[in-house]
Design a protein around this ligand. Structure first.
Ligand code: PBG
Length: 328
């Protein structure tokens, strides 16, 4: 052993570890996804995501005020739709009075400093649970894109700062960008779910929003990406940037950190990762059994996103982690 080379010198004391640390996690790296329900003063736990609750709009407003005070810079809203209001075309998506739009207006009124992100996809609204409209049993690309473009304008009008197409149709970013420009919403940001995989890690989310029962045994493999592919993610991201995306997302997160790294290195654009419901559920479940330390593992996992190159991370633990970061 060459004794002069001792990497442990840099790890000996807290002060030197602090000095040479390459990455850090702060509340301003976090985006908080929440589930919104109809009604007043009601919260419903999500069974497969301990610690996560569906909130009525009034409680979502309180939650937004708290998140903003803790330094969380953005929230993503996901509506839970009454099955009786779903139809094959997801008509409710275009209604400016739907739950998502009402929630946005209410949150903007009380917590104007927090960025609001809306998912653009039809799955909360379709009776079959797919992200678009079906023709001959498959999601029809161009018909879906036309509806999503209108949906993006409705969401921008309701006050969303960011629209986030999560549907994986071809050409949707360009179409959404054009529609926003034509409607005068040239400042609305587009966060493209550019590399979104057909992942089994979305299971708890689909339970939380109630799209699991609608979808049944169907899957989304004709539009979401094959988990076996990596170069394809770069092609998807390239297309979305070319078509006008301001930020791109990789999803899921932890099992796809290699994709986060490749995207960030290749394109050097704002890159967001989504720590999805299944990742959250795994860490929670193991810690409930006493097999993992929740606090330490969630923070370590979020730091790993930063190290991989993510500029921001969607995590259901955003507010909890922001609270710890504040108290040191
Ligand atoms: C809907 C959408 C999904 C998620 C975010 N937006 C589910 C899906 O594509 O089926 C998953 C988020 C999560 O699992 O946390 N287009």
């Amino acid at each position: 052993m060459q004794l002069a080379k001792r990497p442990r010198r840099l790890r000996r004391h807290p002060w030197i570890r602090d000095l040479v640390r390459e990455h850090s996690l702060s509340a301003s790296d976090l985006i908080w996804p929440i589930f919104v329900i109809e009604g007043q003063g009601r919260r419903e736990p999500v069974a497969s995501m301990p610690g996560v609750e569906r909130l009525t709009v009034d409680l979502a407003v309180d939650a937004a005020v708290e998140a903003a005070a803790l330094g969380v810079r953005a929230m993503a809203l996901f509506p839970v739709t009454d099955p009786a209001r779903k139809d094959p075309r997801g008509t409710l998506a275009l209604d400016p009075e739907n739950l998502t739009c009402r929630a946005a207006r209410a949150i903007k009124a009380k917590a104007p400093s927090i960025g609001l992100i809306a998912d653009v996809a039809l799955d909360p609204y379709t009776s079959h649970g797919h992200d678009g409209v079906l023709v001959d049993g498959d999601v029809h690309n161009d018909e879906t894109v036309a509806i999503l473009s209108e949906m993006a304008v409705v969401l921008a009008k309701a006050g969303f700062d960011v629209v986030a197409p999560s549907d994986m149709m071809d050409g949707r970013i360009g179409a959404v960008r054009d529609a926003l420009e034509r409607a005068g919403h040239n400042d609305t940001l587009i966060l493209s779910y550019a590399a979104k995989y057909a992942s089994a890690f979305y299971g708890p989310f689909r339970e939380a929003v109630g799209s699991a029962s609608a979808l049944g045994t169907a899957d989304k493999r004709t539009y979401q990406m094959d988990p076996a592919n990596s170069d394809e993610a770069l092609r998807e991201v390239a297309l979305d940037i070319e078509q006008g995306a301001d930020m791109v997302m990789v999803k899921p997160g932890m099992p796809y950190l290699d994709i986060v790294r490749r995207v960030k290195e290749t394109f050097a654009v704002p890159t967001v990762a989504y720590q999805v419901s299944g990742e959250y559920a795994m860490l929670r479940a193991a810690s409930e059994r006493g097999w993992l330390s929740w606090d330490k593992c969630i923070v370590e996992s979020l730091l790993a996103f930063k190290r991989a190159g993510a500029d921001a991370v969607l995590t259901y633990a955003a507010v909890e982690v922001a609270r710890w970061l504040r108290s040191g």
